[in-house]
Design a protein around this ligand. Structure first.
Ligand code: FES
Length: 106
């Protein structure tokens, strides 16, 4: 179980508990968190689940698969620390992580 905080571009925070093994996109969509739409259902094909991950958490995430990297390359709002939350899977290690969302997602 991991406590995940999603931060909207306007600064509004949403903290939820996510069971291990569930994607951070899926958990956010289920809880109705604004800013994470997950339009493609987690297929790495829409980038409406993008988040910015603080540097100190980068090492705890799984590596970026080529498909995710390509999708992020195409996304005009992506940055160095962008990840697609459908590719991030909750684990005890991620307990306390804080994820920012881009302005384009609200
Ligand atoms: Fe579409 Fe993540 S849900 S890329």
């Amino acid at each position: 179980m991991a406590k995940i905080t999603y931060i909207e571009h306007n600064g509004t925070e949403h903290t939820i508990e996510v069971e291990n093994g569930v994607s951070l996109m899926e958990a956010a969509v289920k809880q109705g968190i604004p800013g994470i739409d997950g339009d493609c259902g987690g297929a790495c094909a829409c980038a409406t689940c993008m988040v910015f991950v603080p540097e100190e958490w980068q090492g705890k995430l799984g590596s970026i698969e080529p498909m995710e990297e390509t999708m992020l390359d195409f996304c005009e709002h992506s940055a160095e620390n962008s990840r697609l939350s459908c590719q991030l899977i909750a684990s005890d290690e991620l307990d306390g992580i804080r994820l920012n969302m881009p302005q384009s997602q609200h």
